[in-house]
Write a new protein. Structure first.
Length: 256
């Protein structure tokens, strides 16, 4: 049993296991590689699952959950870009991940808790469920048509299984990904938050086929929140993103 199959078995949920198994059909193209193929290139003694929380597909995408807890149906889907970069994975898998004390996890969990969202009601996943070449995990994926079509289809299938109450897009690339997927013009053309904030498009409603009218919210990437929060053009004082999520959750009390 390879590493991703082992993670699927440990997930204890057929829906999540199914998504892991689908990853072996992801096309490698542009600058995105399959995570299982990169892991196969590292020394055998390091080919172990990540301990702790990790965005799917590096881990199950569940927050400190027992192995028998699967997708939090009706919860919050938190969307990143790619799991990591190829070079970072080669150097740091698996012990460099899962500690949740890096800026991304630390700031993200604080934002969720400030807004009243329980992290264990979230599924943390990525628009492009692979590894981007080079060292920068936040770079733009060169999604040629075959890869873009596969990633869009995979995301739609993920949404159909989870049926999220809302989607949180973390930064530029996930915002653009959802914009192209659901044909939301301001998100497809996104360059900076001021552009979508000023026309009140920081929150949109998506039609994702099997799941319709799901709310998506554009957020700063957590690793850059503190240095860029003042750039958001939202009403409110203090942490305007937390206030935005708090307002959103008034219609979804089960997430508290």
């Amino acid at each position: 049993m390879d590493l991703l199959e082992a993670q699927a078995a440990a997930a204890g949920d057929e829906a999540l296991a199914r998504l892991f198994r689908e990853l072996d059909r992801m096309p490698e193209s542009g600058n995105l590689r399959r995570i299982d193929r990169v892991i196969a290139e590292i020394p055998p003694d390091r080919r172990r699952p990540i301990k702790g929380a990790a965005f799917f597909p590096g881990g199950t995408g569940l927050w400190n959950a027992p192995t028998n807890q699967g997708l939090p149906v009706g919860g919050v889907l938190v969307l990143g870009n790619t799991f990591q970069s190829v070079e970072n994975c080669r150097e740091h898998w698996p012990d460099g991940y899962g500690k949740c004390d890096d800026p991304t996890w630390r700031n993200l969990i604080k934002l969720l808790e400030t807004a009243g969202i329980q992290p264990d009601r979230c599924w943390f996943t990525n628009a492009y469920p692979g590894l981007i070449t080079g060292r920068n995990p936040e770079g733009s994926v060169q999604a040629i048509p075959t890869l873009a079509e596969w990633c869009h289809g995979f995301f739609r299938r993920s949404v159909a299984l989870m049926k999220p109450s809302c989607i949180l897009a973390l930064g530029k690339e996930p915002i653009r990904f959802l914009g192209r997927l659901a044909d939301i013009a301001p998100w497809k053309a996104y360059k900076r938050f001021a552009d979508i904030d000023c026309i009140r498009q920081h929150r949109v409603t998506l039609d994702l086929g099997a799941v319709k009218d799901v709310v998506a919210v554009a957020l700063l990437h957590p690793s850059r929140r503190h240095g860029n929060l003042h750039r958001r053009r939202l009403s409110g004082e203090g942490d305007v993103e937390a206030e935005l999520l708090t307002e959103l959750l008034k219609s979804a009390p089960h997430l508290h």
